[in-house]
Design a binder for this molecule. Structure first.
Ligand SMILES: [Fe+2]
Ligand SMILES: [Fe+2]
Length: 292
């Protein structure tokens, strides 16, 4: 697939687990990014995930002078509540009809843990398919790469190519035959922005598909070898050190300019990323703004 190019893009971290030093923003366990993308004379604003606390998200947007009404579409990177809870509240705040909500077809499935106790961690009832549609959202559920505008596309379902990556949590689901099976987080998608001179920017939620698998897929989709930035969560918070080292080593074999990883990346993985990437790495924090 030959991808077109965005003219420019800015990305603002409107929700994340930590906040910039001395900033007025509120942190939460979850992420949300505002992506403002420009192609020719068109500017479209995409909210990537909504965190899990819309009050904190709306507080931050107000502090940043971002009106929810400017949002043109929402991408949900995967089902987890810390990325999807309050999407209906956000649709209400945006106040539009037929607002595209892009996600994988399996996003509304049961997705649970049973240790330390039974708990559904996927899309909550308040954000059900019906509620989304009743509040102005039009669902685009696909496992294919989905273009939001020329130069801005989702990865679609991510092929698992590495042997050292896995989802990072013991998640289960129940299949159509009523059998309890391991949930492999097939719904984990990322966003790829393409730029003529800079290469691609990859925006991830939790990288349950494995950040190396995601980067490989983004490179395949864009047919670009150079990666300007990777921004998001890598879900290595509970990963063994061996996997962390293999992951960072594999990333170092790509042509990556900068990495901004936070949320579920975890301190040990952040330390390893810093160790290898030095000043090309920074922990992700609420309030950061990137211009491409
Ligand atoms: Fe997460
Ligand atoms: Fe997650």
């Amino acid at each position: 697939m030959v991808l077109e190019y965005l003219d420019r893009m800015s990305l603002t971290v409107v929700a994340e687990d930590s906040v910039l030093y001395e900033s007025p923003y509120w942190g939460q366990h979850g992420v949300s990014f505002l992506v403002e993308a420009y192609h020719h004379n068109i500017r479209k604003n995409t909210l990537v995930d909504v965190g899990q606390n819309h009050e904190a998200l709306l507080h931050n947007m107000k502090e940043m002078n971002i009106s929810p009404e400017i949002i043109d579409s929402i991408v949900l990177t995967h089902c987890h509540y810390d990325h999807t809870l309050g999407v209906v509240e956000m649709l209400r705040a945006i106040g539009k009809e037929d607002l595209p909500v892009i996600a994988h077809p399996s996003i509304f499935r049961l997705n649970f843990i049973d240790n330390p106790y039974l708990r559904h961690v996927g899309v909550m009832q308040v954000d059900s398919r019906d509620q989304i549609e009743a509040n102005g959202g039009t669902l685009y559920l696909t496992d294919d790469p989905f273009q939001l505008m020329p130069g801005l596309i989702t990865t679609g379902e991510v092929k698992r190519q590495t042997d050292f990556e896995e989802v990072g949590i013991a998640l289960k689901t129940i299949n159509e035959e009523g059998k309890i099976i391991v949930d492999s987080m097939d719904d984990d998608i990322s966003l790829v922005a393409n730029f003529k001179d800079k290469g691609i920017v990859i925006i991830t939620g939790c990288s349950h598909a494995g950040i190396v698998n995601i980067v490989k897929q983004a490179v395949e989709i864009s047919e670009k070898e150079n990666i300007e930035s990777i921004i998001g969560g890598f879900h290595l918070v509970e990963a063994p050190l061996d996997r962390i080292k293999k992951t960072v080593e594999a990333l170092s074999e790509f042509d990556i300019n900068t990495i901004f990883a936070g949320h579920c990346t975890g301190f040990r993985a952040q330390a390893e990323l810093y160790h290898i990437f030095k000043d090309k790495f920074l922990p992700l924090q609420t309030g950061m703004k990137f211009e491409f």
